[in-house]
Ligand binder design. Structure first.
Ligand SMILES: NC(=O)c1ccc[n+]([C@@H]2O[C@H](COP(=O)([O-])OP(=O)(O)OC[C@H]3O[C@@H](n4cnc5c(N)ncnc54)[C@H](OP(=O)(O)O)[C@@H]3O)[C@@H](O)[C@H]2O)c1
Length: 242
């Protein structure tokens, strides 16, 4: 019997730390990202998750492989994400808007849809965990696309939870806000000009004062929350409250 976990964006930041933690805990780990990096005991699939066909094909190939396995639990973590251009909405190129919504919102919807469909006959523990953000609830000037994309993830979570709660072998669907985490995404935020992002100094201060979480801390917390079954279907939680 095997515990399967599929993590999008497992090559860097929070996703990489999650891959490493679950691999250490003897899960059968699959990471989907564009780059292949040094990761032990992990199957890495190189895929551009902002490309619909590539995304669909690689995910379906995985489920073909799973058919041969005796599965005791299966989890999808929707983690891959991008901030996109930070600036007032009128300054953001259409291409960039589309790319961010595709990666942060459309891809999790597609992967969740395929995941639900292809795990229907499994009676084991099944869950979808999405890495959302406080930006789903709080508007930040300059982050219109990112905030929108994460608010949609929260609504996706609630809707899937509602649909699945009616089923016998339903999936549990949750979203987690990881706090402010020391990754490339935060470097990009700190490098934004004050013209484009009025709050930039607050994020610079968090870094100077050593107040960012490490990806490893966040991954350990998520593993604990998952392993100890601390979440109910439909929960949207902030790691800072655990
Ligand atoms: N850091 C924070 O403070 C913070 C706060 C709240 C929420 N979050 C959320 O946490 C998640 C992870 O963020 P992070 O901070 O760890 O960011 P990160 O260090 O920039 O990592 C992003 C990950 O997404 C992957 N990715 C990006 N574009 C991709 C594409 N087109 N196709 C496939 N994979 C792609 C990257 O892999 P490749 O480059 O190899 O493709 C990388 O593994 C995101 O959903 C983010 O919104 C982060």
């Amino acid at each position: 019997m095997t515990d399967i976990i599929i993590i999008t964006g497992g090559s860097k930041g929070i996703g990489k730390a999650l891959v490493e933690k679950y691999a250490q805990e003897n899960y059968n780990v699959y990471s989907l990202a564009r780059s292949i990096v040094n990761l032990e005991n992990t199957t890495q699939i190189s895929v551009d998750l902002s490309n619909l066909k590539e995304t669909e094909n690689s995910f379906l190939m995985l489920f073909d492989e799973f058919k041969k396995m005796q599965i005791s639990s299966i989890t999808l973590i929707n983690n891959a994400g991008r901030l996109g251009t930070v600036s007032s909405l009128e300054n953001i190129e259409s291409e960039d808007i589309a790319k961010t919504i595709q990666l942060n919102t459309t891809t999790p919807l597609i992967l969740s849809s395929l995941f639900i469909k292809h795990t229907k006959s499994l009676a084991c523990k099944k869950q979808i965990i999405s890495i959302s953000s406080g930006a789903a609830r709080s508007a930040y000037q300059g982050w219109s696309i990112y905030c929108t994309s994460k608010a949609a993830i929260d609504m996706m979570t609630k809707t899937i939870a509602l649909e699945q709660s009616e089923l016998k072998n339903g999936i549990k669907c949750m979203a987690i806000y990881p706090g402010v985490v020391d990754t490339n995404m935060q470097t990009q935020i700190r490098n934004t000009s004050e013209n484009d992002f009025k709050n930039v100094d607050r994020f610079k201060e968090l870094k100077t004062n050593n107040e960012l979480y490490t990806s490893e801390f966040v991954a350990n917390q998520i593993f604990k929350i998952d392993n100890e079954d601390l979440l109910e279907n439909g929960d949207i939680i902030d790691i800072r409250n655990f």
